[in-house]
Design a protein around this ligand. Structure first.
Ligand code: S3P
Length: 444
């Protein structure tokens, strides 16, 4: 865990680069491909630690998966009931998406299974999935404090239900829809806020019927009826907007930047970072829009322009939930104050992202005040650049990459500790950042 990144001041982001595949979509492609009838081919698959944890878990459950080239994966689906009991607990590393979605998918199997994770994942809340799965008839438990490991007991009869999500979590929604495939009757999930809808879109791609609706109080809902079949398909995974976010912010803050990011997923349930930065005055153009694998994709063209602080509209929070570490860096260089509220979920991500970002920003001399559910950042005057210094990412990949981008405009060197987990979502980040114009190096 000793990997460190060092960014020297100066530089601007230029040229045209391609961001690795979307993490959320890559996880789902493996999961649905594994339980489909027939062979699913994936291209653009993200070969990162988190998504490979999902892939390895399905191999351990008897699914034949061939990696045929870079980002090319073929999955020989076993059908809904063809998974086999793994010989050991499934170890999912740092990946909350693997653990929560698998909890739902495995609640309806005929075998017992245990899910475990690394130090960070072992502290994350799991009752948000185990409680509602219990209501569907699953026999599933986590530790007394609501954290992993999760134990799932097989051969339970699941029944569909209508469930109002108490937290704005696409992982919980997805877990329940996946359990719903194995349940009798209809499973209907009423959202809280607008949540990413990759599971529903991909299920439709596998020819599984999803019904969309709205609750009387205006929340979106998605439902399905259990017991159907998934028909194998070919999936093209777009570039991950959450990974693109670091480069978007980098180009927004570094004078003279002019950058194109090719083939980025711009699903409207994920594009909060673009909406928020545009409200701050950013020059981001969405070019060459097209559809791939049921998802909207585009090239993004970002040019440097000075930013202003804003109050971030709360309805944008779930649309940008993973992007706030990067957005905070943009806010530090914006003129005026940026206020974020309604983002308490940030405290239960791979780290407590409100606390860790506030500490890092303060170390670099930025006026950042943590709130229970957000942050106030009082941005510098345009000629008041943030200081160099040493920050600790506390093993959180997105915090490490966000602070790396801050180096473009800092007064001195920024050294970032504990960066190994960048590989959970973005292997090759340092090389790509260097290619785009960052003065970045790493040491282990
Ligand atoms: C994800 C949903 C989000 C996000 C995570 C990936 C997904 O988590 O933070 O990185 O793939 O469904 P929550 O659903 O817990 O907000």
């Amino acid at each position: 865990m000793a990997r460190e990144i060092i960014v020297s001041p100066g530089g601007k982001l230029q040229g045209s680069i391609r961001i690795p595949g979307d993490k959320s979509i890559s996880h789902r492609a493996i999961m649905l491909g594994a339980i489909a009838d027939g062979m699913t081919d994936i291209s653009g698959f993200l070969e990162a630690e988190d998504t490979l944890a999902t892939l390895t878990a399905f191999e351990a459950m008897g699914v034949k998966i061939k990696r045929t080239g870079k980002g090319e994966v073929s999955i020989y689906g076993t059908g809904l009931y063809g998974l086999k009991a793994p010989e050991a607990p499934l170890y999912l590393g740092n990946s909350g998406t693997s653990m929560r979605l698998l909890s739902g998918l495995l609640a309806g199997q005929s075998f017992d299974v245990e899910l475990s994770g690394d130090r960070s994942l072992s502290t994350r809340p799991m009752q948000r999935v185990t409680d509602p799965l219990g209501l569907m008839g699953a026999k599933i438990e986590c530790d007394v404090d609501g954290t992993p490991p999760i134990r799932i007991y097989g051969n339970q009869k699941l029944t569909g239900m209508t469930y109002d999500l108490p937290v704005a979590s696409a992982q919980v929604k997805s877990a329940l829809l996946l359990a719903g495939l194995y349940a009798e009757g209809e499973t209907c999930i009423n959202e809280k806020g607008i949540l990413r809808d990759h599971t529903e879109r991909m299920l439709e791609g596998f020819d599984y019927k999803i019904n969309y609706g709205q609750t009387p109080d205006g929340h979106r809902s998605a439902s399905l009826i259990g017991g159907g079949r998934l028909k194998a398909q070919s999936i093209v995974v777009p570039g991950d907007i959450s990974s693109a976010a670091f480069f978007i912010v980098g180009a927004c803050i570094a004078e003279g930047s002019d950058l194109i990011l090719e083939n980025v997923g711009i699903n409207p349930t994920r594009d909060g970072v673009i909406r928020i930065l545009k409200l701050m005055g950013a020059d981001i153009q969405v070019l060459r829009q097209y559809q791939a694998g049921g998802e909207p994709v585009a090239d993004l063209h970002i040019k440097y322009t000075p930013l202003n602080g804003i109050t971030i509209p709360e309805e944008f929070v779930p649309l940008a939930i993973d992007e706030f570490p990067a957005i905070f860096i943009a806010a530090a260089f914006a003129e005026g104050t940026t206020l974020l509220r309604g983002a308490a979920e940030m405290r239960v991500k791979e780290s407590d992202r409100i606390k860790v970002m506030q500490e890092g920003l303060s170390t670099l001399g930025v006026d950042a005040e943590a709130l229970p559910d957000g942050m106030i950042i009082r941005g510098g005057e345009r000629d008041h650049l943030i200081q160099g210094g040493t920050v600790d990412s506390q093993g959180d990949h997105r915090i490490a990459m966000a602070f790396a981008m801050a180096g473009l405009r800092a007064k001195g060197k920024i050294q970032i500790h504990d960066c190994a987990n960048i590989d959970t979502s973005f292997p090759g980040f340092v090389m790509l950042a260097k290619e785009a114009g960052l003065n970045i190096s790493e040491q282990t």
